[in-house]
Design a protein around this ligand. Sequence first.
Ligand code: GLN
Length: 471
Amino acid sequence: METVTELRAKFIAGTYTPTEAVEHSLQVIKAQDGEIHAFLDVYEDAKEEAKLATAEYAKNGQETPALLGIPFALKNNILVKGRKATGSSKILENYTAVYDATIVKRLKAAGAIFIGATNMDEFAMGGSTENSAFGPTKNPVDTLRVPGGSSGGSAAAVAMGAVPAAIGTDTGGSIRQPASYCGLVGFKPTYGAVSRYGLMAMGSSLDQAGPLTNSVADVELIHNVMAGQDDMDATTISDTTYPKVEIKETYTFGVPKHFLADGVDEDVLKAFDEHIEALKAAGHKVVGIELPLFEQGLAAYYIVMPAEVSSNLARYDGIRYGHSAKGDVLLDIYEKSRAEGFGAEVKRRILLGTHVLSSGYYDAYYGKAELVRKKMRAELAKVFAEVDIILTPTAPTPAFKLGEKSDPLAMYRQDIFTVPVNLTGVPALTFPMGTVKRDEKQLPVGVQYIAPHGGDARLFAIGKKVYDERA
Ligand code: GLN
């Protein structure tokens, strides 16, 4: 599929129009989504917007907004006024958003056309999209396998060629891991770079929204449209929040070898080693680094995240939004609505989160996890004094089969390399580093580049060189 940048050039040249692009998107969805199930909703009225965009290109060509007429898919935890916003949960099955998320406003202002809402793990909790209350999504590369998650619908929408770009959210890896499984570029920005206003909160201190695309240049373009301070989200940062992160010709990359020793598939490691060799051949330096606390990342994440989940999901009470069960007294309504509306994984995390925040356990669990998190940041700062970019595989394996990881702990392990990035708030980019063979199929695997706080532009610059300009 074409990139956003290529589409835009054709629109300007007049050799292809937004009307044709949107028609194409709707056709691909019609032909393939019965099997893939990337979409929860498809917006047929996008055709009307496309007509207007086509006319505007004819009139103003280059002078049109940067994303005019580009078809986009949005994860269904992002609010678009007048559209259903379910978070793939039964509890919000019939909920319609009453306002636009800030990122939606910004994408609309740049001319993006939304084609539909994508499937996800319920409230973004999961790594396979199997936790959706509306059935799983399949990986277009191999339909026996999961697309990853929780932004699996967004990844599949791009991988099946329905759209050149989709938006996901990433709390512990939910943009990067599905990008890796589906052979895409994915980006988790510096915490605070992108407003969370109008996104369904999972872990507020971890969540960021970002693009899934076919090129790093597209990720950069879309991120820059979405990013920036927002009065509606006090955690958004300005350009000067962090010291300037320099962009250079060659970099020193740090590889936490000790961290890769266990549980990474051998052929994934081989692809990773080949990537390292290619970086060296291009004149970069690659050195070993120690990040001992990163190995505690998953443990800390599965305390901090559920704690925040338990608090954020308290708002779904059967009164304010969505599904409401009948009950004799108020407490009955709360209990029944939540019991009927939430799926098993969501309940597991609410219980866990409530437990680690309860008096008597708070210090033992939540307090300790936050301490680990603080120390991880310090550890990272020390490493970033020596290296420019940290390098890991994005996930320890390629896409696994539907139903294969019924044990939640096995599923959680897929996020071992992505979770520390959210806990520390730094930006990370993933793009394909090769393929590995499973059951006679070549499956993509991604590499993860991690930069210091505010180093988003460094990742775009190096990503374009290494991935977009690959031979
Ligand atoms: N897979 C991770 C989890 O289940 C990450 C989810 C996310 O980033 N939203 O929590």
